[in-house]
Ligand binder design. Structure first.
Ligand SMILES: C[S@@+](CC[C@H](N)C(=O)[O-])C[C@H]1O[C@@H](n2cnc3c(N)ncnc32)[C@H](O)[C@@H]1O
Length: 228
């Protein structure tokens, strides 16, 4: 599974940003910034997990949430596609798997992740790994497409997600299957309620939610529980 996902992102890496802008009608950038503002504090040392082409890293710096960002992604072509965007910015990059990160314990004030969690083979193992690399009281913010439970997101994914995204995403990237995977991966992922249960049982509290475009996308933030 993870090898297929890695290969798929490798195939669409060069056109990934363009497809995102077109398919979200430019809204994805606004959502990333609003989601980042859920983190408390500024000038944090941040890990951007599943960073792709560094859009979230760049936004974290531009709005002052981060002083420096470490981007990790297991798909080298995605990191390469974003290389010129991070040049001359306080963003470092490394190839790494979200279930076993190449960082020491307690390295970061916050971990952020946009549209990556759904792709990770074991989302709970990833949450546990993030507890390890976060400092005490560290924060996470995850922006994601969760399995829809209400009529509007269901309708949206059943129409746009099913027909329009593979058509337009396929035309831009040359790989319609990657945009069919978008919908199936959302259907196979946690609902918001299931995500909250996973966060609770993996050592997080203070869980807060924000919804975008009537529930098409959500951001969730949480803090690592202190040891008793
Ligand atoms: C939809 S893209 C999101 C990229 C970026 N965060 C953004 O907002 O545009 C998902 C990314 O997750 C990465 N990814 C998927 N599974 C991963 C894993 N197990 N470890 C690290 N990165 C992973 C993919 O390589 C891809 O770059």
């Amino acid at each position: 599974m993870s090898q297929d996902v890695q290969d798929m992102f490798g195939r669409i890496a060069k056109r990934y940003d363009t497809a995102n802008r077109v398919l979200s009608a430019g809204q994805d950038t606004r959502w990333r910034k609003r989601a980042l503002r859920m983190l408390s504090g500024d000038q944090l040392c941040i890990l951007d997990l599943a960073c792709g082409t560094f859009d979230l890293s760049i936004d974290a710096l531009s709005i002052g949430k981060a002083s420096n960002v470490h981007g990790a992604d297991f798909c080298a072509p995605m990191l390469h596609a974003g290389k010129s965007k991070r040049e001359s910015k306080s963003i470092s990059a490394c190839a790494g798997d979200g279930m076993q990160l190449p960082y020491a314990d307690a390295s970061f004030d916050a971990v952020v992740m946009a549209y990556g969690w759904r792709n990770i083979d074991d989302p709970k193992q990833c949450l546990a790994e993030l507890v390890r690399v976060l400092k005490p009281n560290g924060q996470i913010m995850i922006l994601e497409f969760f399995k829809p439970t209400h009529w509007w997101p269901r309708l949206f994914y059943g129409t746009f997600g099913r027909f329009i995204f593979p058509l337009i995403g396929g035309l831009i990237s040359g790989d319609a299957s990657a945009y069919r995977y978008l919908r199936t991966s959302i259907q196979g992922f946690y609902s918001c309620q299931e995500a909250e249960e996973a966060l609770n049982c993996c050592g997080y509290h203070n869980i807060k939610w924000q919804s975008f475009f009537g529930g098409i996308s959500h951001a969730v933030s949480a803090t690592v529980k202190e040891n008793d």
